[in-house]
Design a protein around this ligand. Structure first.
Ligand code: HEM
Length: 410
């Protein structure tokens, strides 16, 4: 990894080698201590992309997240590098919009995602989880990412969107390759493959679903998008497609990431797993600790709409400003021993965003899925062990494993 310390100002935070072993926690620790708002001058892999500011402390991430007037989601994209995804499409998702349009579209979904409404789905989510675990009967080993996490999260979001179960795997692959565009396993065809194959396929598949919902309205979320009216106007076709994409992508990806990171940590810390096995009422606390220590999205980004100052650093209009949740969630001014995995900690954190307008829509759903996944997995396989080399997605955005081989019972 790039040498740090006195060279802090020369560090390029998103270079591939810096992320080889996962988030560079040591680097972020130094940045929080010595250069909390740090400038990276370039992204070598995408030479046409501008550099960016890294925001690393919890207080500063909170300040950026809350101030949408100064830090826009619409102006330049929501990730450090945006080469892999056309800006026009990004802006058709409400994650890539600013108020007021953002608020109006998000409001269409908010009522369905409250903790109370989501809690009503518990029986069906538990049935999905137990069904997937049933398929492991008779096996000694499996891959927790592909055999457990992926089919569960795909079916849960698929049932919300009205996707037929036989299409879950197709959608999961499309989401994995577009979100993990820089990873050679998830997306062997590279960025051109996303632009030439995946995005057209997403549009084509959505077109069929949209036409069907126009004819036959249902109570799924795809129908909500198709029939939505914002200021008396229906959404345009590409806005419906991208609204669908946002929900399926968010639902597919991050819960899978957090479950696998949590299971990895529990297998690596048998003392912590013992605590949960002895007192399963601590599972929700373990979920929060896993969200904190392993935020599924390492960062989200904003673009400055005017010259401004953040924690004593001058930021210019048009500059990219990256909020590093993997750093803010280990901020030592908020957490004692931030690198220690402690299932009793039950922390507040910024894994779902830092309190601004774009705060995750799916928090209640993700929390419920994670609690059920951990409960059911621990109940069936209390002595599960890591059984081979784990591989991480190569990305400074997706903080997740792409394979986690396990032995189910000793
Ligand atoms: C562990 C699981 C999850 C994590 C860690 C997570 C994290 C996040 C983060 C960090 C953001 C952006 C915050 C920002 O830029 O300020 C976000 C936004 C969003 N998430 Fe999640 N998410 C998770 C699960 C879900 C699920 C299951 C859904 C299901 C629908 C979902 C839907 C969304 C949507 C629609 C947005 C955009 C919100 C907006 O722009 O206003 N997320 N999520």
């Amino acid at each position: 990894m790039t040498s740090i310390g006195s060279n802090l100002d020369k560090v390029l935070v998103t270079e591939r080698d810096v992320w080889e072993d996962g988030p560079p926690h040591e680097l972020f620790r130094e940045l929080r201590a010595h250069c909390p708002v740090h400038w990276t001058s370039r992204i070598t892999e995408y030479p046409e992309e501008a550099g960016f500011w890294s925001v690393t402390t919890a207080d500063d991430v909170h300040a950026v997240s809350r101030d949408w007037q100064t830090y826009s989601s619409e102006r330049g994209g929501v990730t450090a590098a945006t080469a892999g995804f056309p800006l026009e499409l990004l802006r058709a998702m409400f994650i890539g919009m600013d108020p007021p349009k953002h608020d109006r579209i998000k409001a269409l979904f908010q009522a369905g995602f409250t903790p109370k409404r989501i809690a009503a789905h518990e029986p069906e989510i538990r049935a999905i989880v137990t069904d997937v675990l049933d398929r492991l009967e008779g096996r000694d080993e499996c891959d927790l990412v592909t055999d457990v996490a992926q089919p569960v999260v795909s079916r849960v979001i698929g049932s919300f969107m009205g996707i037929p179960p036989e299409d879950d795997a197709v959608w999961a692959n499309l989401m994995n390759s577009t979100l993990g565009a820089g990873d050679p396993d998830l997306n062997p065809a590279g960025i051109p493959g996303v632009l030439e194959k995946d995005i057209p396929e997403i549009f084509e598949r959505c077109r069929v679903m949209i036409a069907d919902r126009r004819e036959h309205p249902t109570d799924d979320l795809t129908s909500v998008l198709v029939h939505a009216e914002i200021d008396g106007q229906k959404l345009e076709e590409h806005e419906i497609v991208m609204g669908f994409f946002l929900l399926v992508a968010a639902g597919n990806d991050s819960t899978k990431a957090t479950y696998c990171s949590a299971m990895q940590a529990l297998m690596q810390h048998p003392d912590q797993r013992r605590i949960l096995l002895d007192d399963p009422s601590l599972v929700p606390s373990a979920v929060e600790e896993s969200l904190r220590m392993f935020p599924a999205f390492a960062h989200f980004r904003r673009t400055a709409t005017c010259d401004t100052e953040l924690n004593g650093t001058q930021i210019k209009e048009g500059d990219k400003v990256v909020m590093w949740y993997v750093s803010s969630d280990r901020d030592e001014t908020r957490y004692s021993e931030p690198d220690r995995f402690d299932v009793r900690r039950n922390p507040e954190h910024q894994a779902f965003g830092a309190g601004g307008r774009h705060f995750c829509l799916g928090t209640a759903l993700a929390r419920l899925e994670l609690v059920i996944l951990l409960e059911e997995t621990l109940k069936r396989y209390p002595e599960m062990q890591i059984a081979g080399a784990m591989k991480r997605v190569e990305s400074p955005f997706l903080n997740q494993l792409k394979t986690l081989p396990v032995r189910l019972s000793p």
